[in-house]
Design a protein around this ligand. Structure first.
Ligand code: AGP
Length: 557
């Protein structure tokens, strides 16, 4: 994972990299560091977020840095990037994982200062024979695994290397920018590196070491500066942005209009794939499309393998907010390798996964900063509801303005603070529901685990008596959800719990009086749980935007 950012130009390079990394903290925020050039590279690093990083007083025209999500080695100062070679010749930041790092480390007769695979790269480079350019190219043969690298030499030359992990180069009148995420770049002329590209930047000149051209395209970043406004955290802001995000997604899908029917027409089988929250939206998708006579299944990307030819009737649908999730990209590549057809549903139109797709549908939720997916989940569910309506020819019933008004009214009326106060000291919580409510609770459980560090167990209501009931005592809390017409449905289960001393919280979903199409109900149903997880975090004094051990975008398998 991790974010990497670089700058070479007339502005203060440290400051440019610092602000660039701020936008990449969603990729990891365990620790951070910046190397800046002033008669050799100097380094500032810190554990924790960029707020902990000391800014130097001296100016520099070359700098690059890193914000880390630990994979190789604990979170500590020594393991924080940038890493310097044993002889001071090279400095590196790295996104990815070197699979043969242990083997290489054993063969290198140098003292290591960190536990990282990244320090292996820089020391390997320092021990290779030959001119620097050829040593850089040798890395492609020697390093197994995935990497996007910025390497600086003690003379101030910069090298960029890419294999699997994304890296972009942008030129504008202020200088040259490098980033692992396009959306963090300003406007200018853009080049997205291809695998096995090795680019050298020296005295303002940019050379592809393989001799190939660097085709630049115009890139305009019209993303508005992301500010909290009146909100305390991005998670809260993003939950309240759900109605607007749904409206944007609707308008976009309307522009696609007949495309949707065209996409689905040739297929008889649909396979939905995603990770975490996106997987849960796939499960809702299965429910919403179930009357359409498709053969359908859903899988976690990390648990899906293709080992036989894909039939031409079979459409794979990958859902990924970021479009950068490594588990999803691996599946996407495998689908392409098996000549299968792929539809990607993503919030990031220029993301890596879109390059593997035959069809792309965007959710127009605008940028999501908080690690927890909230408005993007609702937009994914909305997209499936829209597709289902379109394929059933029921779109004429969709009054978007009414839906948006209902969502706004509903959100404004929600008050989960009392429940958050009641649950704030819990370290475990069982959540029980049936049918589509169970899927809502899968997602609710993930949110409460992720943001509040509470051990949550989502259960099908009927399953409780087949083993899990033994957990129930007077300290247990069970949260139930029943949005079906039949209010008696969970009665027996609730009795089973209370008669064993357990505490039950029956979650009431009071939808607005205006009639709401059933396919949109999952969007309403998740909102109180998103807000609940947010409020519990506040009650516990946790930062909901940056939960421990996590990152927004999981770019390693
Ligand atoms: C959601 O709150 C999580 N942060 C996580 O499960 C996320 O949905 C998952 O990592 C998939 O990410 P993607 O949608 O960007 O592929």
């Amino acid at each position: 994972m991790c974010g990497i950012y670089g700058y070479i130009g007339k502005l203060n390079a440290f400051d440019e990299v610092y602000s660039g990394l701020k936008m990449l903290q969603y990729r990891g925020y365990d620790s951070c560091g910046i190397a800046y050039f002033n008669d050799g590279f100097k380094i500032e690093k810190a554990t924790g977020t960029l707020n902990n990083l000391k800014k130097p007083t001296e100016k520099s025209e070359i700098a690059f840095g890193h914000t880390r999500w630990a994979t190789n080695g604990r979170v500590n100062y020594e393991n924080t990037h940038p890493h310097v070679s044993y002889n001071g010749e090279f400095v590196v930041v790295h996104n990815g994982i070197i699979d043969n790092a242990d083997e290489l480390r054993q063969n290198l007769k140098v003292d290591f200062k960190s536990e990282t695979d990244t320090e292996v790269i820089v020391n390997l480079l320092a021990t290779l024979p030959g001119e620097t350019d050829s040593r850089i190219l040798q890395l492609f043969d020697l390093l197994k695994g995935s990497y996007a690298l910025i390497i600086g030499t003690k003379g101030g030359t910069i090298y960029l290397l890419k294999k699997f992990n994304p890296l972009n180069l942008l030129i504008n009148s202020d200088g040259i920018y490098i980033s692992s995420d396009i959306s963090s770049l300003k406007s200018g002329s853009l080049y997205t590196l291809n695998d096995y590209d090795a680019i050298k930047i020296e005295n303002g000149e940019i050379i592809n070491l393989r001799g190939e051209e660097i085709p630049l395209i115009d890139y305009t970043n019209d993303i508005k500066k992301l500010a909290l406004g009146n909100f305390e955290h991005f998670m809260e802001k993003e939950i309240y942005e759900t109605p607007r995000a749904i409206f944007g997604t609707y308008n976009y899908l309307e522009e696609q209009n007949n495309n949707i029917k065209k996409i689905f027409k040739p297929f008889k089988k649909l396979t939905f794939i995603g990770c975490g929250t996106a997987y849960h939206s796939c499960l809702v998708g299965l429910e919403l499309l179930k009357d359409l006579n498709f053969e359908m299944d859903a899988h976690l990307a990390s648990n899906y393998e293709i080992n036989k030819p894909i039939s031409k009737n079979h459409l794979h649908i990958i859902v990924s907010q970021s479009g950068e999730t490594a588990d999803c990209i691996k599946v996407a590549e495998s689908i392409k390798a098996h000549k299968g057809k792929l539809l990607v549903i993503t919030n990031e139109g220029r993301s890596t996964i879109t390059r593997c797709a035959d069809y792309v549908l965007l959710t127009k939720a605008e940028k999501e900063i908080a690690v927890a997916s909230t408005k993007t989940y609702s937009c994914q569910v909305f997209t499936f509801a829209y597709i289902a309506n379109k394929l059933k020819n029921e779109n004429q019933d969709l009054d978007i303005q009414k839906l948006v008004n209902n969502l706004n009214e509903y959100l404004t009326g929600l008050n989960v603070k009392p429940l958050a106060k009641e649950l704030k000291n819990l370290d475990k919580l069982i959540l029980v529901g049936k049918d589509i409510d169970y899927i809502t609770l899968l997602e609710a459980s993930l949110k409460i685990r992720e943001i509040d560090y509470v051990y949550t167990l989502p259960m099908y209501s009927g399953e409780l008596k087949h083993g899990t009931l033994s957990l129930i005592d007077e300290n247990s809390y069970v949260l139930t959800l029943n949005t079906s017409e039949n209010k008696n449905k969970l009665k027996t289960v609730i009795n089973e719990i209370t008669s064993r001393g357990g505490n039950v919280v029956e979650c009431e979903i009071n939808l607005p009086q205006n009639q709401i199409q059933p396919c949109f109900k999952p969007i309403f149903n998740i909102l109180p749980f998103q807000l609940l997880s947010y409020q519990i975090a506040l009650e516990k004094g946790l930062n909901p935007d940056m939960p421990r051990n996590l990152a927004k975008s999981v770019t390693v398998e």
